[in-house]
Design a protein around this ligand. Structure first.
Ligand code: CP
Length: 309
C-alpha cells in the first residue's frame, strides 16, 4: 500500500500545492454545491489532546460540508489518554476506523510519532509551540483573497513571536513569495527565535525588529496580531508582566494604510480591542471562515478526491 501523505508542517507542501489548495478553496467558496457530496462515505477523526474552537470545529464543518462524517474527542480527559494510553496506541486504533485524522497535541513532534503508526493521512492541527500548518494555509487564503496576491507585501508580526507557532509557520510560507518584508514587533522576552531569523536571512527577505507598533504602522500591508501564549509560560508572574504589552485599538490605526488588513489566528484575549472589530480592515473573523474552506481543500487533496470536470 502507498504511504499516506501527512501534513505535519507547511514545508510538507510545495509552493505549487499551496497555490492549488488556495485555488480549490476559492472554487469551493464560489460553488459549494459542487462539493456537498464529494466525500460521501468518508470519515474524519478529530483527536484533540489540547483545547480548540476554530481548528477542530472548522475541520468537522469542512468534512460535513463535503458530505462526509466526523468522530473524535475534544480533550485528552475524555479519551483513554486519561488512563495512560500512548498517542501511538490511540492512533493505531483510530486509524482502523477512519479515512483521515486531524490531531492537536501539546507535545512538539507528537503528530510525527502518530504518523508512523497508521496508514491514514495525519494532519497536524497544532503541536505545542511547533507547527500549525492549517492555520498558515488559512492565513494565506485570507491574504490572497483580501490583497489579491501573496507577493510584495510588508507584514508586521506582533506579540508573542517566541511561542506563537502560527507566526513561525507563516514566515516559512511567505518566504516563498517574492518581495515580502517582515517587521517583528514584540517585547524583548518574546522575540522571534533565531532560527526563524536565519530562515529570513537565507531567503534574502528584509526584516527588522521594533518595540512599538505605532512606529511602523504606516508601512504595513498586513498587521498580524498574536496572543501572549499563557499555556507556554513556566511561571504566571512572567505572563502577567507581559500580558497586555501590545494592544491594538482604533486610535493606533489612525496612521495605518486604508487597505491594510488586520489578521489574528484567534482566540484573542485583550490584544485587539473590540472597538477595532467594526473597522473594515479587521479580517480576523473572515480569516476564521477561510479556515473551513482551506481545510475542505486539504481533506480533498489528502484523500485524492477531485471535483468532476
Ligand atoms: N487559531 C486556532 O488554532 O484556534 P483554536 O485554538 O480555537 O483552534
Amino acid at each position: 500500500m502507498e504511504a499516506p501523505r501527512n501534513i505535519i508542517n507547511i514545508t510538507d507542501l510545495s509552493t505549487e500545492e499551496i497555490d492549488e489548495l488556495i485555488g480549490v478553496a476559492q472554487d469551493i467558496m464560489a460553488n459549494p454545491a459542487d462539493y456537498q457530496d464529494i466525500c460521501h462515505g468518508k470519515q474524519l477523526a478529530t483527536l484533540f489532546f489540547e483545547p480548540s474552537t476554530r481548528t477542530r470545529l472548522s475541520f468537522e464543518s469542512a468534512m460535513l460540508s463535503l458530505g462526509g462524517a466526523t468522530l473524535g474527542f475534544s480533550e485528552a480527559q475524555s479519551s483513554s489518554a486519561s488512563k495512560g494510553e500512548s498517542v501511538s496506541d490511540t492512533i493505531r486504533v483510530v486509524g482502523n476506523y477512519v479515512d483521515i485524522i486531524a490531531m492537536r497535541h501539546p507535545k512538539e513532534g507528537a503528530p510525527i510519532a502518530a504518523a508512523m503508526k497508521t496508514v491514514v493521512p495525519i494532519i497536524n492541527a497544532g503541536d505545542g509551540g511547533h507547527f500549525h500548518p492549517t492555520q498558515t494555509l488559512t492565513d494565506l487564503l485570507t491574504i490572497k483573497r483580501q490583497k489579491g496576491t501573496l507577493e510584495g507585501l510588508t507584514i508586521g508580526l506582533c506579540g508573542d513571536l517566541k511561542f506563537g507557532r502560527t507566526v513561525h509557520s507563516l514566515v516559512a510560507a511567505m518566504l516563498r513569495y517574492k518581495g515580502v518584508k517582515f517587521v517583528l514587533i514584540s517585547p524583548d522576552e518574546l522575540k522571534m527565535p533565531d532560527y526563524v531569523k536565519e530562515e529570513m536571512d537565507e531567503a534574502g527577505a528584509p526584516w527588522k525588529e521594533v518595540a512599538h507598533m505605532e512606529d511602523v504602522m504606516p508601512e504595513l500591508d498586513i498587521l498580524y496580531m498574536t496572543r501572549i501564549q499563557k499555556e507556554r509560560f513556566f511561571n504566571e508572574e512572567d505572563y502577567l508582566r507581559l500580558k497586555g504589552t501590545f494592544i491594538l485599538n482604533r486610535a493606533k490605526l489612525k496612521t495605518a494604510k486604508e487597505d491594510m488588513i488586520i489578521l489574528h489566528p484567534l482566540p484573542r484575549v485583550d490584544e485587539i480591542s473590540v472597538d477595532v472589530d467594526d473597522d473594515p480592515r479587521a479580517m480576523y473573523f473572515t480569516q476564521a471562515l477561510c479556515g473551513k474552506y482551506i481545510r475542505m481543500a486539504l481533506i480533498l487533496k489528502l484523500l485524492g478526491i477531485r471535483k468532476e470536470a
